[in-house]
Structure formats: structure tokens, C-alpha cells
Design a binder for this molecule. Structure first.
Ligand code: CP
Ligand code: NVA
Length: 313
């Protein structure tokens, strides 16, 4: 039986496929529970700290509502609210928060910060997005694909755009674990990190996953079950936007590109979206677009992560 009590969620690389499936199954049951109006107590008596160096709508609200739904408490700690990064280092912050909270969410810049928090906090630390990874997003994305097609094994997920950002990295990792056919379509300049690609391919071999990288988006999306894109400039790289617009214009997800995918293909985006850049208004608002189911699923998957790691299961 899977037991995730006390575990961190930093990048998903250290999770076994059955542990990921356990989280997804738990998310499905927590979603049904919420829909039926049942209030839970799986987090009764639990206090959770939410550290944010970068802004957030979905992740912040998902962690907050997840705690409240199950009788726990979430405390938002914005970058100007605490000493971290000004008067206190990561290690001391981790040791102090670990004495008061049962779990800590971190969203920010460096992956090394969330790892250092995990090393010193003594309680589970969850990565709510860094420059390198966005693991809770990947869980919600797979849940959404599963809602539309059933078991995700063998399904073709095509990510189009900035092939080396946090979202692309985490999708590659989760796809490799779950035996998916994961494809990145990106210009050469934004191809995925070689080391990560190699690691995911070798992990993927164990689970029947195929990972491919294409420069041509049209070739990449052929037969896709899910077409995914993200912003062309992530938080912290706003100054690169003009250059990215030039580079990524051919990678816009529009109706023409969607028409090359499977006839039942869905469109996904982690949000927030810049309509007219990475996706057209038409695709975003189409029946194929499942972006708001995906956003809602952030709540259920994040709740599953908190409950599984610190909850009264
Ligand atoms: N998708 C996502 O992480 O959204 P927020 O930045 O609003 O949390
Ligand atoms: N890649 C985006 C994801 C936002 C949820 C960013 O880091 O800004």
C-alpha cells in the first residue's frame, strides 16, 4: 500500500508511478466529496504555511481552500510579510516555520530554495512553482486528461512553446512516470534541457513512455490527445518577452494547429494565458478547451498532496 506521510513534493522525480496514481485517485475522490457538499476533517488541527516570492491566483487559492475544506488552516506569507530574503536566511526560516506548521508550500525563483527549506524544516515542503519545476500543476494536468480519456498510459500529450520552462519540465517528468507519449514542439533555442531529457527518457523506458522533441509544431501535434501551451515569458523573465514573441510566433496554438490533432483532442494551459500570443481567443474559448476544469483540478490535486503527506488519513 502507498504511504506518502511525511514526504516532500519538490519535483516529482522521486515519486514512483503508483505514488502518483495514488495522489490522482485521492484527488478524484476528494473532488467527488466536495461536489457532494461534504465538509471533511482530514486536515483538522493542521496548520500550513504558504510562502510566495512570486504572485499566484490558482496555487494560492487551491492551497488555502484545500486546507479550509478539510478543517485545516493556511497562512499566507508574501515576500514582504516575512523576514526571508531580507533579514533571515532560508535555513533559519525553515527551522522556525517547521516548529509552528505541519507543512510548508513554497513558490518562488530558485529550485535550490525549496530544496533547502525541505532539508531544514523537519515537515513536508511542497513546491508551488519555481523557475525549474511546477509539480502540482502537472498533477492537475494529468487529472484533467484522465477525466477526458480515462487511463493516460499511451496517450499523446504535446506541449507547444517554451520547451524548457517549469511547466514543460514537470510535464516531461510526470509523462515519463505514467507511460505517456510526450512531445515538445519548440524552436531549437528553447529545446528542453539535455540532462533532464535524458533522465526522463531513461525513466520513461521503464514505464513505456515515449518522449520526443520537434522543431515543427505541425508535425508534433499530429494525433495529439492533448495540446498544451504556456506563456512565452515566465515570471521573472519579462524582459525576454519581445525576443520570445519573435521566436515563438510560429508556435501559437490556433484552430489550424488544433485541426491536426486527434478529432477529440483537448486544449490545456496552466493559466494565466496571454491570448493572441501562445493561444488564440478562438481555441481558448472553444469546446475543446478544458482550461477551467484544469484550474479547478489544481484544488483537488493540491488537496490530495496535503492530505496524503500530513493529513489524518
Ligand atoms: N497555474 C498556476 O500556477 O497559476 P497561478 O500562478 O495563478 O498560481
Ligand atoms: N511558466 C509560467 C507558469 C505560470 C503558472 C511561469 O513560470 O510564469
Amino acid at each position: 500500500p502507498v504511504n506518502l506521510r511525511g514526504r516532500h513534493l519538490l519535483w516529482l522525480k522521486d515519486y514512483q508511478p503508483e505514488e502518483i496514481r495514488f495522489l490522482l485517485d485521492l484527488a478524484v475522490s476528494l473532488k467527488a466529496k466536495k461536489r457532494s457538499g461534504v465538509k471533511g476533517n482530514l486536515l483538522a488541527g493542521k496548520n500550513v504555511a504558504l510562502i510566495f516570492e512570486k504572485p499566484s491566483t490558482r496555487t494560492r487559492c487551491a492551497f488555502t481552500v484545500a486546507c479550509l475544506d478539510e478543517g485545516g488552516h493556511a497562512e499566507y506569507l508574501g515576500k514582504n510579510d516575512i523576514q526571508l530574503g531580507h533579514k533571515e536566511d532560508v535555513r533559519d526560516t525553515a527551522r522556525v516555520l517547521g516548529r509552528m506548521f505541519d507543512g510548508i508550500q513554497f513558490r518562488g525563483f530558485k529550485q535550490s530554495t525549496v530544496e533547502e527549506l525541505a532539508r531544514f524544516a523537519g515537515v513536508p515542503v511542497w513546491n508551488g512553482l519555481t523557475d525549474s519545476y511546477h509539480p502540482t500543476q502537472a498533477l492537475a494536468d494529468v487529472m484533467t486528461i484522465q477525466e477526458n480519456f480515462g487511463d493516460v498510459k499511451g496517450l499523446k500529450l504535446v506541449y507547444v512553446g517554451d520547451g524548457r520552462n517549469n511547466v514543460a519540465n514537470s510535464l516531461m517528468i510526470i509523462s515519463s512516470k505514467l507511460g505517456m507519449h510526450f512531445v515538445i514542439a519548440a524552436p531549437k533555442e528553447l529545446y528542453p534541457n539535455e540532462a533532464l531529457l535524458k533522465e526522463c527518457r531513461s525513466e520513461g523506458e521503464k514505464h513505456g513512455a515515449v518522449i520526443e522533441v520537434f522543431e515543427d509544431p505541425r508535425e508534433a501535434v499530429k494525433g495529439a490527445h492533448a495540446v498544451y501551451t504556456d506563456v512565452w515569458a515566465s515570471m521573472g523573465e519579462e524582459e525576454k518577452l519581445a525576443e520570445r514573441i519573435k521566436l515563438l510566433r510560429p508556435y501559437q496554438v490556433n484552430s489550424d494547429l488544433m485541426s491536426l490533432a486527434d478529432k477529440d483532442a483537448i486544449f490545456l494551459h496552466c493559466l494565466p494565458a496571454v491570448k493572441g500570443n501562445e493561444v488564440t481567443e478562438e481555441v481558448f474559448e472553444s469546446a475543446q478547451s478544458k482550461v477551467f476544469d484544469e484550474a479547478e483540478n489544481r484544488l483537488h490535486t493540491i488537496k490530495a498532496v496535503i492530505v496524503a503527506t500530513i493529513g489524518n488519513l
